[in-house]
Design a protein around this ligand. Sequence first.
Ligand code: AMP
Length: 595
Amino acid sequence: MSTTFLSLGLQDPINKALLDLGYEKPTVIQQKAIPQIISSTDDLKAFAQTGTGKTAAFSLPIIELADQNNSNIQAIILSPTRELAVQIGKNIEDFSKYLPQLKVVTVYGGANIEEQIKKLKRGAHIVVGTPGRTVDLIKRRVLKLQNVQWLVLDEADEMLNMGFKDELDKILVATPETKQTLLFSATFPKEVEAIAKNYMTKPIEITSGEKNTGSDNVNHEYYLVTEKTRYAALKRITDLHPNIYGIVFCRTRRETQQVANNLIKDGYNADALHGDLSQLQRDSIMEKFHEKNIQILVATDVAARGLDVTNLTHVINYKLPDQIENYTHRSGRTGRAGNKGVSIVLVSKKEQSRLNAIERIIKKKFIHQQVPSGKEICQNQLFYLIDKVKNIDVNNEEIVTFLPSIYEKLEGLSREELIQKFVSLEFNTFLSYYTNAPDLNNLSSFGNSRGTASSENMTRFFINIGRKDRLNPAKLIGLINDQNIGDKINIGSIDILDTFSFFEIDKNFEKETLAAFKANEPDFNGRSINVEITKTDRSSGGKKRKGGVNTEGFGRRKNTKTTTSSKRKSKLSEKPSRSFKDKKTGGFGRRRRAR
Ligand code: AMP
């Protein structure tokens, strides 16, 4: 069956806009959701991952049915992040460009609220918002939802993951009982089911059916690493794929920034995207990434949510997400719009068991890959270079005047010599960097993932809050970061227990950590916080790890260097900067600098 947008019964101005956007055929979720929402006021529970076309699936019927002559807000669409909210708002503007009376306003935190209030006051039929800002505007009585006909919860699982349960509750009670609730989620953990149960009436369930299609387009691979080889393995994998265009996912903002800094320092065309950056910085980075001026984006899960890039070649899980359900969100960033993609996981032996749980969710097996050897990388890079030479367009007109003197200069060199010299010019740095590069698959030679040396450099702290206070590793890291202990603190392992927890901080920051917690007197969910140095023997009892999440090696840059790092550095200075993006072919050239 080949369904077209025309057959879905959308009005001409919408069809025309879709044509402009190049949407030829509705995706599976669109085929199922659009007629359902148009023809029925039943609530809807839709299983849909990012990249399946879900934005159009809920937006098009709302645009179709919205009454432009009615000045009330008729639809409120909630999304977990401002990037995603902006993206949805923009999509709706695109879809409704031939319906100029229809007004959409997007509201989100971190931006001037007065501007958003002004826009709302000028009138809106559809409001897209992040939960926090939406609640704020409801409280200020600027956002009036009593006439809303549609409430969309987009990426509901992610909104709950991000701790927006209270905000959702508040927004939901501000909307009328008669509304139609449309819930879109990639996963349905019990928290999402609870929302569906409490706030929806006998919802119709649909699935994009593209979960598997999406997964079919994505190969899932893992590489075994230790904390000492993790970063080196990342570089090798990147080097193996000269055309890589991907996102490297990290668990925390700090780790994200550190990995990006290291990559930039090592000459890769990379940048970081995380919540510590201003909106302006994030927008600029996203734009550069879109334009392929950045090849590798190192990002936190949250920051990458709004990114709409369809042709990523790779997603690399530098660290697995705390919540394994998030793996589907991450890997779903590649293999979109019919493209093939690879989702790579770097795991230590200890983390390896988590792959089984992920395999059950994605219903696919991870393939174990060996960290590439220097030889394999050089070979790939070399053939990439040769292909580029073969395919380059020669601009005869431009170079013709230089050719005679060039020929003269190269006189006497045989064809073979010429090829050798030319290839060496491009290639020597790679070759020498990877000469004698160690086998990163021989994990025992790099120590196990919890090297004692690093532990010796850490101080273990006790903190009087735990799981019962709804503390988790991410929140604890956030809490530590909020104390502004120092720019370069390294957080080591974290153990969350029921009523208290432990965390490690670089020994150098022992005093500062105590002083910061004392001076700031932070509280956590109303409990005042007490932090002390613990004298507990780290080795006392394996049960210490129970329930804890290991953040071993986090931020220990020294450990991530391989023995060849110094060699790389010396080589770095030999080569000039180069442009990463091959403007002519639209593809990627080599990295910004040869390494
Ligand atoms: P979404 O899942 O809504 O984030 O959409 C993922 C990507 O697919 C976006 O770039 C959309 O613009 C694009 N897209 C959505 N629906 C279609 C369609 N029917 N045809 C072509 N592209 C689409």
